[in-house]
Design a protein around this ligand. Structure first.
Ligand SMILES: [Zn+2]
Length: 583
């Protein structure tokens, strides 16, 4: 690129960088900026490597600005661009099919309380809730706790799930718990047995499987209904042990998917060994997933089932039961799988990590549980924006944590007050300071009305002491000019591991900017608060924060300058615990 063309392209690159940064909560990405510039100026393709350098520099500059300054620059220069962006932000859900067929749109979110909820459940919860609201319908929370043996529910998870769903802002209109509805499943099992649409199978599991694979009936299938009702009674009263008998639904033995052929509907659980946490040993026959879910969807008047496409086969299975009972099947929306790169979204893995104490609990920031996200200061609004972006599409999607962070940053940037925090503070002695300096930066640069912080540096014998983070101190080199944020400029004389020596240079921010001096956060020598920062990899970074942090309440989301956002998690005995969210 010639000098003149660089000059010509620079404003365009800067605009693209600013716009990309604002769109992603303050941080532009070089690749996206290059893409945008090339879309506008395809003639620059032959010099793309030079353009890339230009973009990288612009991104670096733009990312160094606070989001508020980035927005201000766009507002001043290209106000129309912000409008355009607002429009794309207000995403709406596509309409539901066949709404007119139903008196009332009714949706349900139906988790098993055998674990807490994680990020993977957010889509189901928000879609089901928001669709119900969109049509002035009803949203049902249904706890599916009918497997006391393999997917054992735990009382603590019922409460945790309710709390998580409420946190997402998805208040339900009705809550049902399946273990309260056992008589209903029994009633329908009897109906199906009477009609000859179900039967009690006493075959060994492998024996049955071999027959089903060959599309052949087991010896029980064609017995009289009366025989099955007798066996059913025997199941209920303890005449069979676990695995000796189960109720199967008659489907089609020639169905192309062998997993659909005569699926198991109710089975016996050794309830003395595996008592249910809510109803104890009251019931020994328990409905399996498709039986309980199928009956409930009909009985609760669910009009639209919105769930992951891993349930497609369950729809096929349940339709046989609906047909036998003369019911019509609800509308279904099966969305694609959602993968979050770098996180474990499997309940069994989460349970194992907690059980083996490899993490501190279900809200350990290493996990992608909703309680962990909440603890870090990820806002439900960010998760809602994420769900609106991906919607109920059937295609698989994978997203990165950066997507979530970008959405969250937009939400918390305006509310999070700023504080200085130093990892493992190191003393800096500054010569030539001839008076006491009081620095009063605002709690938030966009909101002066929230008040100011107060950082005081006393001088004695023209010497002052401040603290720096050990990371910054290690990066010091002799002769380098640095600016202590909101204070003054110093030049480094020497930097040893435990002390940095410097001299006072001046107060002018402009002078520091001219030479691109690093801007460092610092603390006064005394009066700071011991602060632990719990990172997302489980590491605890010990350090100190400025005195004003003591006034922050537990639960508040804050920004540690040059480090990132976090949520105040604990305050005790003069120590503050912060859980890191993202940068
Ligand atoms: Zn059988």
């Amino acid at each position: 690129m010639t000098m003149s063309s660089i000059e010509e392209v620079t404003p365009l690159v800067r605009k693209a960088a600013l716009l990309n940064a604002v769109k992603h909560g303050g941080r532009a990405e070089v690749g996206a900026v290059i893409g945008r510039v090339l879309a506008e100026r395809p003639d620059l393709k032959p010099i793309v490597s030079e353009l890339a350098r230009l973009c990288a520099r612009a991104v670096k500059e733009v990312n160094a600005l606070p989001l508020s300054d980035q927005k201000k620059t766009i507002e001043e220069n290209w106000p129309e661009l912000l409008e355009e962006q607002k429009e794309t932000e207000a995403k709406k859900l596509p309409p539901l099919p066949n709404v007119e067929k139903y008196a009332r749109v009714t949706t349900r979110f139906a988790p098993n309380p055998d674990c807490v909820l994680h990020l993977g459940s957010t889509r189901a919860i928000i879609l089901c809730h928001d669709y119900a609201r969109m049509y002035n319908g009803k949203f049902v929370l249904r706890l599916e706790d009918t497997d006391p043996h393999l997917k054992r529910p735990k009382l603590e998870f019922y409460k945790a799930i309710e709390q998580d769903v409420l946190w997402l802002g998805c208040k339900w209109d009705e809550e049902v718990i399946q273990s309260d509805r056992m008589e209903l499943y029994y009633e329908h099992a009897e109906k199906l047995l009477e009609k000859g649409s179900a039967y009690v199978c006493t075959c060994e599991r492998d024996e049955f499987r071999a027959l089903a694979l060959a599309s052949r009936p087991c010896p029980d299938r064609n017995l009289e209904a009366s025989e099955h009702l007798t066996r059913w009674e025997k199941m209920l009263t303890g005449g069979y042990a676990e695995k000796e008998a189960l109720v199967r639904l008659k489907t089609d033995l020639h169905h192309p998917n062998p997993a659909v052929r005569d699926w198991p509907a109710l089975r016996i659980v050794d309830i003395e060994r595996f008592p249910h946490p809510r109803v104890g040993s009251k019931y020994r026959v328990w409905p399996l997933y498709n039986m309980a879910c199928g009956v409930d969807d009909h009985m609760l008047g669910i009009s639209h089932i919105i769930r992951g496409k891993e349930h497609l086969t369950n729809e096929v299975r349940q339709r046989f039961m609906y047909e036998s009972l003369g019911w019509s099947y609800p509308e279904t929306l099966h969305y694609g799988r959602l993968r979050v790169i770098g996180s474990e979204l499997s309940k069994s893995k989460i349970m194992r990590l907690v059980d083996e104490k490899l993490v501190s609990g279900f809200d350990d920031p290493r996990l992608a549980t909703l309680s962990a996200l909440r603890r870090r200061g990820i806002k439900p609004e960010a998760l809602r924006a994420l769900v609106m972006e991906i919607g109920p599409r059937p295609v698989d999607a994978s997203l990165s944590w950066d997507n979530i962070y970008a959405l969250n940053r937009k939400i918390i940037d305006g509310t999070a007050n700023r504080f200085f925090f130093l990892n493992d503070p190191v003393r800096m002695e500054i010569q030539g300071v001839n008076r006491t300096y009081v620095s009063t930066p605002p709690l938030h640069p966009d909101h002066p009305e929230r008040g100011k912080r107060h950082l005081e540096v006393k001088a004695s014998d023209r010497k002052a002491i401040v603290l720096l983070s050990s990371g910054d101190a290690q990066a010091m080199s002799e002769g380098k000019l640095i600016r202590l944020m909101e204070l003054f400029n110093v030049r480094i004389r020497s930097a040893k591991t435990n002390i940095v020596e410097a001299e006072f240079v001046g107060e002018s921010y402009e002078d520091a900017r001219k030479v691109n001096a690093p801007l460092l956060q610092w603390l006064p020598a005394e009066g700071n608060v011991d602060t632990d920062l719990l990172m997302t990899d489980g590491e605890v970074v010990r350090g100190a924060a400025e005195p004003a942090l003591s006034n922050v309440n537990v639960g508040e989301v804050i920004q540690l300058v040059r480090i990132g956002f976090g949520r105040v998690d604990t305050k005790s005995q003069g120590r503050i615990g912060i859980v890191f969210a993202h940068n």
